[in-house]
Design a protein around this ligand. Structure first.
Ligand code: NAD
Length: 497
């Protein structure tokens, strides 16, 4: 029998938000009792109060994680036991899917249908995948002379500080938690002050799954308070950071000023989507760029925000992209059919509208959108926006907007397309659309980005690495390569007589 549709508004009215930290497996207020309001971008109203973690709270969480690591309650468990407990954690996440999806939507404004179909299952799958890897990775013996034996083993780095943004709060956390916990580390997670709710629930679910208290702690708070205290902490061995390039720079400074902890940065992007005139199905290319750009309100690090189109097909391409825009009109995120929700907060709304003004002032043509929407809701919505006639020197082509705004840049030759695509301080992702196999390979090789798609943009899987070149960061999330960030390589020499 089919289930009746869920009334998400009714559920939203009933939900009770708990904004206290989770340290040593327990809910705790901030030590000085301070809180800040958790504002829903859907309507600008408060969902409840969040503990305002500061250095003393971070000190308590790091002490808990340090003790958990040092006494081996997690790191020394047989890998098959860690696997089983992490699998249970993933099962708990799936069992709580409606609650987690609703918290995510209320907290950061994404459509409930995607919180349910993307964010929760991807989070669970990530934890599950690393759980499975736990007892399947072998160490190495080096091909040394016979007089000695050299073992190359991987050991957990110790206490990992995780700092994540608000655009995919659970998924970004899971990309760090999965490999860090599977490798035997203890974690202190500082979620974004704009979206702390699901991270706090994840920490409770981990304890319910049987992961020992202290192994995974969450301290909510502001970046310049809790985030800075975590990144400067002398007992934190590594930082797994996802966020802006500006904050990534700070993370490196904090490491330099403290204990030279390892810092792995997953940062911003300004990804190029390059369409050649030999690609015949421009309807599909246009639908793909619109879908990828406007998904998650354009608040995706890998959004294809610079669209490079050969001048011969540019007019037809822009016409088709503009025709896609009405599908992505913002609507109520709690309505199960909505595809575009609210921007995360008023600050982000002002930032995005500021970039739209800048595009117009610099002479780009606004071919679709360009305005705030749903103002009567009290929330923060912007229309899907397409700029034509953009040059790569304009501010809207150089800076990450992190909203539903794409710019179309025209080119004449393959060399020019490559030069424009690579003329960016970022290098997270790119795509090339061509039916000429030689060109597709040539351009894919020439593009300086961590991921290059050919004739599609949507493929994504936990099995493949994700990360950037240049100022888009270092290190890689996802895949077995992520273990490189959360493990040390140890060499042990044994003499053989
Ligand atoms: P942000 O840098 O402002 O904040 C990210 C996190 O860092 C938050 O938890 C914040 O509280 C914390 N923080 C802020 N200032 C800090 C400081 N001085 N010290 C310590 N911590 C601090 O970024 P955001 O606005 O939350 O997220 C958007 C950015 O994230 C975009 O640039 C986007 O491209 C990037 N992002 C990258 C990836 C990737 O995988 N490369 C994925 C998602 C988002």
């Amino acid at each position: 029998m089919a289930h009746p549709p869920i009334d998400w508004h009714a559920r939203a009215r009933e939900i009770r938000v708990d904004g206290r930290a989770v340290i040593e497996g327990e809910r705790r207020d901030a030590l000085n009792g301070e809180t800040f309001a958790c504002i829903s971008p859907i309507n600008g109203q408060s969902l409840g109060e969040i503990a305002r973690g500061r250095q003393p709270d971070i000190d308590a969480a790091v002490a808990s994680a340090r003790a958990a690591f040092d006494d081996g309650r997690w790191a020394h468990k047989p890998p098959a036991v860690r696997k089983r407990l992490l699998q249970r954690f993933a099962e708990k996440i799936l069992a709580a899917k409606d609650e987690l999806a609703l918290l995510e939507t209320l907290d950061m404004g994404k459509p409930i249908q995607y919180a349910l179909s993307v964010d929760v299952p991807s989070t669970a799958r990530c934890i599950q995948w690393y759980a499975e890897a736990t007892d399947k990775i072998y160490d190495e013996i080096a091909p040394t002379p016979r007089s000695a034996l050299a073992l190359i083993t991987r050991e957990p780095v110790g206490v990992v500080g995780v700092v994540v943004p608000w655009n995919y709060p659970m998924i970004m956390a899971a990309w760090k938690l999965g490999p860090a916990l599977a490798a035997g580390n203890s974690v202190v997670l500082k979620p974004s002050e704009k979206s702390p709710l699901t991270a706090l629930r994840l920490a409770e679910l981990a304890v319910e799954a049987g992961i020992p208290p202290g192994v995974f702690n969450v301290v909510p708070g502001y970046g310049h308070e809790a985030g800075e205290a975590l990144a400067l902490h002398m007992q934190v061995d590594a930082i797994g950071f996802t966020g802006s390039t500006r904050t990534g720079r700070r993370m490196l400074e904090y490491a330099g000023r403290s204990n030279l902890k390892r810092v792995f940065n997953e940062l911003g992007g300004k990804s190029a989507f390059v369409v050649f005139d030999d690609f015949s199905d421009i309807d599909r290319a246009a639908a793909t760029v619109a879908g990828s750009m406007f998904f998650n309100q354009g608040e995706s690090c890998n959004a294809p925000s610079r669209v490079l189109v050969h001048e011969r097909v540019a007019d037809a391409f822009v016409e088709r992209v503009v025709a896609q825009a009405p599908k992505y009109q913002p609507a109520d995120p709690l309505d199960a059919t909505t595809v575009m929700g609210a921007l995360v907060d008023d600050t982000q709304l002002r930032t995005v509208l500021g970039y739209i003004d800048a595009g117009q002032a610099e002479g780009a043509r606004c071919a679709a959108g360009g305005r705030q929407a749903r103002t009567a809701s009290g929330g923060y919505y912007v229309e899907p926006t397409v700029f034509d006639g953009v040059t790569n020197q304009m501010k809207i082509a150089r800076e990450e907007i992190f909203g539903p705004v794409m710019g179309v840049i025209r080119f004449r030759t393959e060399d020019e397309a490559i030069a424009i695509a690579n003329d960016s301080s970022y290098g997270l992702q790119a795509s090339v659309w061509s039916e000429n196999i030689n060109r597709a390979h040539r351009v894919a090789r020439a593009l300086r980005a961590g991921t290059v798609h050919v004739n599609q943009y949507d493929e994504d899987d936990i099995t493949v690495p994700f990360g950037g070149y240049k100022q888009s960061g270092n290190g890689r999330d996802k895949s077995l390569h992520a273990f490189d960030k959360y493990t040390e390589l140890k060499t042990t020499w044994l003499r053989i007589d």
